[in-house]
Design a protein around this ligand. Structure first.
Ligand code: 4FV
Length: 220
């Protein structure tokens, strides 16, 4: 899979070169391209944003640099072009599964008050939101989406890691424990050290159901 991220702040994407996503890139399982929209402006002062028509606070990203950047990275429109925005459909795990099947994702990051509507109308396939709150830019949402999708690329995580995680079967994941057995007076539940895998599976499922009922009854 290839993910191309269009942004005015390429320096914000350092975290994607660390840990699991960073290793997926090093191992060639993910091709990651961070593109500076400013490289595509036709303005001699490298202008990429301007005041909103109709007034209002803040600045709006101009359509031309965005359009030129998208046409440069995806000339045949073979990619799924996504604009991260609070106006989009809220991203859920099932959409992550389907996005992980795509060959090429182009993620457009808005900043300031967002982008000129014509950039969306002319070049964007889908708007996605990471949640009902407002950030300063779409860069963190683009990193969230990249992280979630990369987990499902072949060979990135072991198949076992992807089974029984939160939201599989619409349940939150059971509590996890590791060594030491006792920490500040709290000990690991006996069943997890019993070696009785049927009992462990039963306990984990019960814990997942109880936790979901308490924290996310909507999932049930
Ligand atoms: C956002 C979200 C988000 C809105 C104005 C960027 C900001 C600024 N993106 N899910 N929630 N975007 O708040 O995706 O342009």
């Amino acid at each position: 899979m290839k993910i191309t991220i269009l942004t005015l702040f390429p320096e914000m994407f350092a975290p994607l070169h660390a840990s699991i996503v960073g290793r997926a890139v090093k191992e060639g399982k993910l091709s990651l391209e961070i593109v500076d929209i400013r490289d595509y402006t036709q303005d001699k002062h490298l202008k990429c944003d301007d005041y909103p028509f109709g007034g209002g606070a803040g600045m709006v990203m101009m359509a031309q640099p965005i359009g030129s950047a998208i046409e440069a990275v995806d000339p045949e429109h073979r990619a799924r072009r996504i604009y991260l925005s609070p106006k989009g459909r809220v991203l859920r795990q099932e959409r992550i599964f389907s996005l992980a099947e795509e060959e090429h994702l182009v993620l457009l990051c808005g900043h300031y008050e967002g982008v000129d509507q014509r950039a969306i109308d002319l070049f964007i396939d889908e708007e996605l939101s990471i949640g009902d709150y407002v950030l300063t830019g779409g860069e963190l949402p683009a990193m969230v989406l990249t992280d979630c999708v990369t987990r499902y690329l072949d060979g990135v995580l072991s198949p076992q890691s992807l089974v029984q995680e939160s939201f599989s079967e619409n349940l939150l994941e059971y509590p996890q424990y590791t060594r030491p057995v006792e920490y500040r007076g709290l000990t690991v539940p006996e069943v997890l050290r019993s070696g009785n895998h049927a009992a462990i599976d039963k306990w984990r499922r019960e814990q997942a159901i109880e936790l979901t009922k308490k924290m996310r009854p909507d999932l049930l």
